[in-house]
Ligand binder design. Structure first.
Ligand SMILES: *Cc1c(COP(=O)(O)O)cnc(C)c1O
Length: 362
């Protein structure tokens, strides 16, 4: 039986992946020399495709790293001397703050959710009202925290940046890209990995970095600070200028990303977003009106359209087993919520038809 993965990552592959994997083999992508002209062409095509798809300003740079967690570390290392500020809406934001303190920074935490309870009893507008400590050099936000299904509206993030124009701001959009619409001119570093919304195999992270963030990295180096080694922001930038990466990269995944970006462009991101909204409505309505189950995130503004979390009162395993027998794989709750919640992805690779079939089986 063909299984359909509604898991929040890795998830269902984008429908064109089998075709692109075949053509990768046929075109010897697995043997491609990462210092050669053909790779440089692939690198340039992927970067310019991504810039077009997501509307990224030309002066921003795009770097390839190994994962989103690596991007968290590279961000802290690259632009924070002493102090970072973390608005935390779930476990991914929590981990990020921990990595900052592991790197010797003073990571100041501001929890929107209580952990491990992960409850979301906060009011709309709370993010933009947060007081950012004076010494903080960088504001870190998980725009869509996959553990809680909490979505922070971009307008609140822009408002926070507007109130703190001298600070750098960085967002984790791993499980909301490419759906989330970002005005990159207001964000200094944005990052994601590709096994969620892009429907690719895991093992590739993408960072989108502003000139201001790179200038900060430069100033740290001038002061004699260590900002990393082969994957420091400056080394990544140096190599990217020549359409290369410092290491031998995940060439296959860069190739697949290039192809899927082109597929998404052909379909149109506006259409993908509209379909995501339609599917999200079906999904949330189902659990909202269900006699036994309910939506986890209280306020509608903060409910993720791409990674939805539902309370199923101890029935998580039951429900997942039942669906699995029908070929539908959904996610358990995160951490302490494992048995009481399910998490369901709504990515571009998921069709309305399959979603409806899955829900019919609940
Ligand atoms: C999955 C996820 C990550 C981690 O991604 P990796 O590719 O495993 O590094 C980070 N942040 C969020 C919000 C995620 O959903």
């Amino acid at each position: 039986m063909k299984k359909i993965y509604f898991t929040v990552g890795p998830s269902e592959p984008y429908p064109t992946i089998p075709k692109h994997l075949n053509s990768a083999l046929k075109n010897d992508i697995l043997s491609l020399n990462h210092r050669g002209g053909e790779f440089k062409k692939l690198f340039a095509s992927t970067v310019s495709g991504l810039k077009k798809l997501l509307n990224i300003p030309q002066i921003y740079e795009v770097f390839f790293v190994s994962s989103a967690l690596e991007a968290m570390e590279r961000t802290i290392e690259g632009v924070v001397d002493k102090e970072s500020f973390h608005i935390i809406s779930g476990s991914f934001g929590s981990s990020w703050a921990k990595y900052a303190s592991d790197l010797g920074k003073n990571a100041i935490k501001c929890h929107l959710t209580s952990i491990p309870d992960l409850s979301s009893h906060f009011q709309p507008g709370v993010v933009k009202l947060k007081d950012v400590p004076k010494e903080a050099e960088l504001i870190c936000l998980t725009q869509n925290d996959t553990s809680t299904g909490i979505w922070i509206p971009m307008d609140e993030i822009y408002a926070l940046k507007k109130k703190n124009p001298e600070k750098l701001i960085t967002i984790d959009v791993v499980s909301s890209v490419p759906y989330v619409e970002i005005d990159f001119s207001k964000i200094d570093i944005t990052f994601f990995s590709v096994q969620k919304g892009f429907g690719l195999p895991a093992g590739l992270g993408v960072m989108i970095v502003s000139p201001k963030a790179l200038a900060k990295a430069q100033s740290l180096v001038k002061k004699g600070k260590v900002i990393g080694s082969y994957h420091s922001l400056l080394n990544l930038s140096e190599k990217a200028k020549d359409n290369q990466t410092p290491e031998t990269p995940n060439v296959l995944n860069i190739y697949l990303l290039d192809r899927v970006i082109k597929d998404m462009q052909k379909k149109g991101l506006a259409k993908i977003r509209k379909e995501t909204d339609q599917k999200a409505k079906v999904l949330y309505d189902f659990f909202n009106f269900h006699p036994e189950y309910s939506v986890s995130v209280e306020k509608i503004e903060y409910r993720s359209p791409t990674t939805a979390v539902f309370n199923v009162n101890g029935k998580s395993q039951n429900l997942r087993d039942k669906l699995s027998k029908k070929g539908f794989i959904i996610g358990s709750g995160y951490g302490a919520k494992k048995d009481d919640q399910v998490r369901i992805a709504n990515f571009p690779s998921h069709t309305l038809k399959d979603l409806q079939k899955m829900l019919d089986n609940i």
